[in-house]
Design a protein around this ligand. Sequence first.
Ligand code: V47
Length: 394
Amino acid sequence: MRDTGFRYHQSMQTTATTPGQASAFRTYDPRLEPIAARVMAGERLDANDGLALYRSPDVLAVGWLANSVREKMHGDVTYFNVNRHINPTNVCVAACKLCAFGRKKGDPAGYTMALEEAWETAASGYSEAVTEFHIVGGLHPDLPLEYFLDLVKGLKERFPKVHVKAFTMVEVAFLARRAKLTIEQTLQKMREAGVDSMPGGGAEIFSARVRSIICDHKIDGNEWLETARLAHKMGFKSNATMLYGHVENDEDRVDHLLKLRAVQDETGGFQTFIPLAFHPENTPLDHLPVTTGLTDIRQIAVSRLLLDNFAHIKAYWQMLTPKIAQIALRFGADDLDGTVIEEKIYHDAGATTPQGMTRKDLCRLITEAGRVPVERDTLYHAVTRTEDSFVVAV
Ligand code: V47
């Protein structure tokens, strides 16, 4: 297994799991006992363990175990960042049933930002200096790769200190195909333009059966994993996501997590795993119910327990609601994501959370959960703020 940077994070921890904590584990589900013993011994869990964790009625015990791992890795430290989302276009050739954001070309609700508009958007909406631009958008049938490269170049000229986390593996593969370039050539051009790392979107669920229902126009799971693998081999860090709470089953979820774990063993390039709860409103799957709080909390916990080689599990507050995200900080999550400022993808799908939060709001959520807020940059270096700028400790 590769070193994925845990030592760095351990050095930032403020408390640690004491040996005596192992004996504090209590469950009324006997199937959890051997799993707990393996977790306490630092041993890897397998697919059957994953299924047992998803199916156990004792969600609190599952959460206790995940929390013990989280505290071993990070103590009370909980990360957040000051970021801004930019979605340059919602025009998309794919018609994924999971999505309420994408529009067909010619749809009056479709939009595509002129480059100047995208750069102005980057500067708007929040008074504190952002450390990250998070850029994702639709698979536009006509916009060439150069549009996206110029977008990033212009951002870097205007905001040289801001990390650009841009383009999901799905967008990278789509733009490569359109430009008749290999994935590596496309990633190289992106790097030269100023892309620093990649977000984790588009992974959805790797199961071919489920993908054929929720996103049959997207690259398949193997292509997503292969694109991530290539990006990591070129030195990019990326995140990984899983969309849950639609038509997938427990086996699909376990399969997804273990496939990510296998790539991470190979590359060490994933920083953070982000489980994304499906929002059905305004999608063709709007007959499906929304996820419950316990499903969300359990998903965070199982992710922490199975993904033993991922440094971070993110409770994305936009998706989970700030209330559930706060509770998730006691069930395995060590990161809340960021200020976001202007979220479109879930709000088009009926999310009722605010579109952004301030540093103060995020710190309050974290502190009230009994954790210690640490502002980070995209690569998990601690950030110190001066009056109108920031310093990254590297
Ligand atoms: O890939 C789309 C999901 C993802 C819906 O890397 C939906 O730091 C729920 O990946 N209901 C994009 N989910 C967002 C994403 C992300 C978010 C925050 C942080 C990071 C990161 C990445 O949103 C898509 C898809 O899985 N999505 N539509 C919906 N109706």
